[in-house]
Design a protein around this ligand. Structure first.
Ligand SMILES: [Mg+2]
Length: 221
């Protein structure tokens, strides 16, 4: 039977099409401090917590020999851009139908996202169907020690659902997220974003058990 005990879902780039907006916000914020981020740098920010990305961008600014803003100064530029852009994020193809099908099959579900509570609430507000998933591990979850790519977020989600990680299917679009799910011992399904460079796609595929064109391609018995 091709059916999991539980499904653990990433949010950004997996259920909602937010990644282009996140990338644009980091890109514009870094530019404000004199740094042009490369496509590879922007890709490496995917799937990670805001606090981890702030640290990373500040390191890149320092490495470029530029004046390094404080974390607060960087976020004061990046956050308003991100908030404005993310209002328009659309569902990923098949996301809503898959959640409804899993609910009907009474499969346990959890959201496992690097986004913090305020950002999750903002992004989910236009999409009430996301409330189908009641269990949530957020990037600023008080029980969470390390974020993706560490296994902690998926281990915590499985523990809260009372299901062994190896019996959970994890759904991810980013390398950091797929690495996190694999390290936790989950079955890893990846849905690579479009326009992913070949090397990044290969690395993502190597981390996954299955690669889906979209969530519409998942087969459940
Ligand atoms: Mg993601």
């Amino acid at each position: 039977m091709n059916r999991p005990a539980a499904c653990l879902f990433d949010l950004d780039g997996l259920l909602l099409d937010t990644e282009p907006h996140h990338a644009r916000a980091w890109s514009q914020a870094a530019t404000r401090f004199g740094l042009l981020l490369s496509p590879d740098q922007l890709l490496s920010l995917r799937g990670r917590r805001r606090s981890d990305n702030v640290d990373q961008v500040r390191i890149w600014i320092a490495e470029a020999g530029l004046a390094v803003p404080s974390a607060a100064e960087l976020l004061a530029v990046q956050q308003p851009i991100a908030i404005r852009l993310l209002r328009g994020a659309a569902p990923m193809p098949g996301a809503r139908r898959l959640l409804e099908r899993l609910r009907d099959l009474q499969v346990g579900m959890a959201l496992v996202t690097s986004s913090g509570r305020d950002a999750v609430e903002r992004k989910c507000a236009p999409h009430p169907w996301l409330e189908i998933i009641s269990e949530r591990v957020l990037g600023d979850d008080p029980e969470l020690v390390a974020g993706k790519p560490a296994p902690d977020p998926f281990l915590l989600a499985a523990r809260r659902l009372g299901i062994a990680p190896g019996s959970c299917w994890a759904f991810e679009d980013s390398l950091a997220g797929a690495q996190s799910a694999r390290a936790a011992g989950c079955v890893v399904h990846v849905v690579p974003g479009t326009a992913l460079p070949a090397a990044a796609l290969h690395e993502l595929q190597a981390t996954a058990d299955t690669v889906l064109g979209s969530l519409e391609d998942l087969r459940l018995d």
